[in-house]
Design a binder for this molecule. Sequence first.
Ligand code: FUL
Length: 495
Amino acid sequence: MRKILFTALLVSLISLSGCNQRANTYFEKKLTFPDLLISDQKVKLSAYVVPTQNQYEWQRMELAAFIHFGINTFTGKERGDGTEDPALFNPTDFDAEQWVYTLQEAGFKMIILTAKHHDGFCLWPTKTTSHSIASSPWRNGLGDVVREVKEACDRHNMKFGIYLSPWDRNAESYGDQRYNTVFAQQLTELLTNYGEIHEVWFDGAHGDEHDSKVQRYDWLHFYQVIDSLQPGAVKAIMGNDVRWVGNEDGSGRETEWSTTPLQPDISDIIINENIRLGISPTAEDLGSRDLIAEAKTIHWYPSEVDVSIRPGWFYHPEEDQAVKTLPELVDIYFRSVGMNSVLLLNIPPDKRGRLHETDTELLREFGRYITQTFENEKITNSDMEWKARAGESREYNMIPDETINTVMLQEDILKGQRVEEFIVEGWINNEWIELARGTTIGYKRLLRFDDVTVPKLRITIAGTRDIANISKVGAYHAPHLDEGVDAHPDDRVSD
Ligand code: FUL
């Protein structure tokens, strides 16, 4: 009876919600709840909110690289104030090919370049300002960093995204309506003249009490420009396709829902709704049952973890000794990709315009470590699809005598994110012993535990918002890393 009632509600919702519903069952990106639903029904319906095709393809990349490069590279600052002389920009051995080649070998699928940071210096010859590389001595003022990077990406089939800082400390018009026109024009140039763009990254930084100018951004217009010129691009951070995870340490949440009432603060209505619900990108809870019960609308808004391989976002020679170690980088991978997020790792080129040797060596080791770990599947029946009800378990056979310390779980997110609680057990001395447990799975969840050699594993879906669609259960042995000694895997990764 309850099920029939629910189905009837679902059908009526299709017309009521005005949402983009796919295959008569799923709601792409957004679902607005009608008032009459009780909490459990809202939670169940939220399990039918799914990513758009762009969001899905974005999630499947898993690894993206951030490139912070610009006038700060030459002044040694992290945040320029916009008064820097463009003549300072003069890389001596600029090599976009080296960036792309190195990153691709390490497993990265996209590069996002700071086309403009807060200092307003543009890395392409924009018509909107003279504060750009056209006023620099590099390539006699005829260079175009955006073009060279994009062309290198195209040669290697690497995706390409742009970071365009809304906050601009150089633009004379910043602080009034004219700046919105300038910004839209900059976007238009970047989204028109360089072929396909896959991600547009709007950071949320803005001036503090020392900056007198406050800009009211015309976000909806910026969204329209992107959607019309690059319909395949996701809009990130102040965009509404990809969410900032909420920290810059490289960590996803233990419980990371891609379905959430959170939206970026781009209008008074959204700001007030976020305040009413007590949520922001840094909130611990972005998707619990209690939160959904209070929400009016639920969105597919997945998390991206941005973190730098060095202390700063830009290159500083004095940080050459402070590059993260392999154990730190691997740990970030497990806490980001392994916690239902995309990792956006920043690797800043130096004054030559090349990735520094310390960074490239680390990237090479990182790529080999991840490949070696996950290319050796230890479960014999790992790709079986499993439609799991709450409380159901399934056993998985291991290749005999193989040692494992890592389990991978994945949900088919094209059918929504649903799992709320799961348990991983190993068959040890004739009984099931718990190895790990967790809450959300989503696109991917990785769990680590001490080495064990077991003939079989048992996975229990202890809680779920509807029948869970488990697409993958894998088990692996991740080589041990000797923290702090030489930052190399102790069972050496072979070439
Ligand atoms: C922040 C900026 O202020 C930092 O400089 C950096 O670009 C980071 C990724 O985003 O908002």
